[in-house]
Design a protein around this ligand. Sequence first.
Ligand SMILES: CNC(=O)[C@@H](NC(=O)[C@H](CC(C)C)CN(O)C=O)C(C)(C)C
Ligand SMILES: [Ca+2]
Ligand SMILES: [Zn+2]
Ligand SMILES: [Zn+2]
Length: 163
Amino acid sequence: EEYSHIQGTRWNKNVITYRIGRYTRDLPRNTVDSLVESAFSIWARASSLTFVRSHTRNADIMVEFVAREHGDLYPFDGPRGTLAHAFGPGLGVGGDTHFDDDEHWTAGETGFNLFVVAAHEFGHALGLKHSRNPDSLMYPTYKSTRPANLLSREDVTNINTLY
Ligand SMILES: CNC(=O)[C@@H](NC(=O)[C@H](CC(C)C)CN(O)C=O)C(C)(C)C
Ligand SMILES: [Ca+2]
Ligand SMILES: [Zn+2]
Ligand SMILES: [Zn+2]
């Protein structure tokens, strides 16, 4: 889900920073780093946005793996069910993206594919809402077999309407 009701609608800049906090034990850290970077690059290629990894606390988007109650109003639900959530653009918690660490995160076809889920969540972190088009990345249900070009024409149109 996305919680844009407490944030703004879009970032007022084109260079957006992100920081990876707590990792998952399911994957090597450098695998998580590259999958996260690839998920951001999907949106960068479709828009005028640039994403820069930061190691300081004041990054725009904090990316973390957490479970159950984790300090915001939206505790996760254990294995399956909700896989992740992200806050819409804004200061503080704005843009922050949380992955449910009770899921089995993978880089392949088994478990839940981190790249696909991250790309969906980062759409929310940029201000996108859900789509009713099952072919769109922003469709609310996870699909493991996504086309190579993750974004639908609708996704590309929507990100370019916003930025
Ligand atoms: C397998 N479980 C699902 O398909 C669940 N969907 C999700 O966890 C969404 C993320 C997917 C689309 C990556 C939640 N979301 O929208 C975050 O921004 C349910 C449909 C069960 C809620
Ligand atoms: Ca879950
Ligand atoms: Zn969503
Ligand atoms: Zn959270």
